[in-house]
Design a protein. Structure first.
Lengths: 284, 295
């Protein structure tokens, strides 16, 4: 090994190591900044109170309206996404299992659908909303977010289903079950933790997305009690409070960011837990 | 009993087909709906005119998108320049050099970061990147900058895209068979040489696709960019000045768009441009992946 080679070797090893570790550093830095900034303003009031009069000038209150609104939207959207996504993913892996080409084409389009930015879904949701004669409301927000997260749910679930050994399909069919019975009794059971992972991922995406609800869900200080009422969302609460000139209100945006980050962390950690369980099951 | 099972089978199959068909038709629905909304705009100005003109004055009915389109591309390209080399090197490190322990720690971290909402990245951008650009970078080359600039947008976007691209890169590098790398090593190549000539060459299509999809993601990113980019309509090459990308245009003006004639058409046209550009990039690079995966 000559000198130049040895130099190149260690140079790139160090450089790539530097790149890898600087990523960890940046990412840790982001989380750190979010937590340091918001920690002071974080209080129990934030979580259990809705904004009171003068809240946006630094007055009393919290962002319960946004937390509840976000949860409503994410739950509603995830529900619709499950209704659409679960059968679609099962169909790809049960009925189309012999048609590799069709499977791949469908996956191809779903992947492309995944790539469409949420602002486009938001704009589409807005036109849909006007066409249906709806106002900015919980319902419109739920529909738009559902459109956004369904491809995510399908593709994640589909990835898991496609790892289930084909022998299981054949065994179930050979025993005389219909494809439906095979899908719901064998595939769903085998892929259940993968299904939960997919649902959690979709849910996390739904709760964190702002651009799609910006047009469609509106914003209100009240907790919505009906589908046709507008709903506040956490990301938008952060966004609006952050643009306030009053420091106290901005402080609260930082605190709200902590709440959102913690929710997302819980969701993605539990999603990981479930997918690990799935991996163990398959390796067995 | 049998009848019940058959009925159940038919019903659930119909449900499955309907759900899948509905989902696959989304892009067409979205495209058509946005197009219908944007049509009134085409009556006053032709599409090439809309795209090339830079006069933006909605109250006079003048809609020129060129500065928005330019800003979008500028921010995207800038973020790509920042993110791509770091991602590539980090991907190589994590798949080729790093210990198993580090990798199993890093993968969840990357996943979690990919899931953090854009508004959080945007807030971080306001807290860290904007002051950094204003107080550190701009004075360094003697330029006055408000901080809210194309450069800040590019940096925040780069940080956002890193987990996304890195995930795909790691997947690509992991599909390179260990055997061919070992063959290269056994021929006396150093490990960097094997990486350079074997691993990277073998995963070339995957790298290109990961970059392409990263660009598509950056192009459509809304909130994080909008919070730091300044949102001023101007055509400028100076990265220290404010820009106004397409997604920010849509998100910022939804409130007023129904009060000014044609404004909603213009915004839907902007959404249509985004949709078309991103779908084309996505379809192209995904096709690339599928082609190379099969061979």
């Amino acid at each position: 090994m000559n000198k130049r080679k040895r130099f190149e070797e260690s140079f790139f090893k160090i450089l790539s190591g530097f790149a890898g570790f600087s990523l960890i550093a940046i990412l840790g830095f982001i989380i750190l900044i979010i937590f340091i900034k918001g920690f002071n303003a974080l209080s129990l009031d934030m979580i259990i109170k809705t904004p009171k009069g003068g809240y946006y000038y630094g007055g009393e209150g919290g962002i319960l309206n946004a937390i509840i609104g976000s949860l409503y939207i994410a739950f509603g959207a995830t529900f619709i996404a499950i209704l659409l996504g679960m059968p679609a993913a099962l169909y790809i892996n049960v009925h189309l299992v012999r048609y590799k080409r069709t499977q791949n084409t469908i996956r191809y389009f779903l992947d492309a659908l995944w790539g469409i930015p949420s602002i486009v879904y938001g704009a589409f949701g807005f036109t849909l909303m006007l066409a249906l004669g709806l106002n900015a409301s919980l319902l419109a927000g739920i529909i738009t977010v559902a459109l956004l997260i369904t491809p995510i749910l399908i593709r994640t679930f589909d990835e898991v289903l496609s790892t289930i050994p084909k022998g299981l399909h054949e065994a179930a069919l050979a025993l005389g079950s219909t494809r439906t019975e095979m899908a719901f009794k064998v595939m769903m059971k085998q892929g259940f933790s993968g299904f939960i992972t997919a649902v959690l991922l979709a849910f996390g995406r739904g709760i964190g997305d702002a651009a799609s609800v910006l047009f469609t869900a509106g914003y209100t200080d009240l907790i919505p009690t009906n589908l046709d009422e507008p709903a506040a969302t956490l990301p938008l609460a952060i966004f609006f409070q952050l643009s306030s000139p009053i420091p106290e209100v901005r402080e609260r945006a930082y605190a709200a960011a902590i709440i959102l980050t913690v929710i997302i962390l819980i969701i993605s950690l539990s999603a990981r837990g479930f997918s690990k369980k799935m991996a163990r099951k398959i390796n067995k | 009993m049998i009848l019940k099972r058959i009925i159940l089978y038919k019903l659930s199959s119909a449900w499955m087909v309907a759900a899948l068909a509905l989902i696959l038709s989304f892009p067409f629905f979205i495209g058509i709906a946005l197009y219908i909304k944007a049509v009134p705009l085409f009556d006053i100005q032709s599409v090439p005119q809309l795209i090339t003109s830079s006069t933006w004055s909605p109250s006079e009915g003048k809609f020129g998108f060129s500065s928005f389109i330019f800003s979008s591309f500028y921010v995207t390209i800038l973020s790509f320049i920042f993110a791509a080399p770091v991602c590539l090197l980090a991907g190589i490190y994590l798949t080729q050099f790093a210990s198993q322990k580090l990798v199993s720690f890093m993968l969840p971290v990357i996943d979690i970061l990919a899931g953090i909402p854009s508004v959080i990245y945007g807030m971080w951008g306001i807290l860290v990147i904007v002051p950094f650009v204003r107080k550190v970078v701009a004075p360094l080359i003697n330029i006055d900058s408000p901080g809210y600039s194309i450069l800040a947008g590019g940096i925040v976007l780069a940080v956002m895209c890193v987990p996304y691209m890195l995930n795909m890169l790691i997947e690509t590098f992991n599909t390179v068979p260990t055997g061919i790398k070992e063959a290269s090593l056994s021929l006396g190549a150093t490990s960097w040489e094997s990486i350079k000539h074997v691993v990277i060459r073998k995963s070339y299509p995957g790298i290109i696709s990961a970059f392409g999809l990263g660009i598509a993601k950056a192009f459509g990113e809304t909130l994080a960019v909008m919070m730091v980019v300044g949102n001023m309509v101007q055509l400028t090459f100076n990265p220290f000045k404010s820009g106004y990308p397409l997604p920010a245009l849509i998100a910022n003006n939804y409130g007023e768009m129904l009060s000014i004639p044609m404004y909603d058409s213009a915004l839907m046209f902007a959404a249509l441009i985004l949709l078309i550009v991103i779908l084309i990039i996505n379809l192209f690079f995904r096709y690339f992946i599928y082609k190379t995966q099969r061979s």
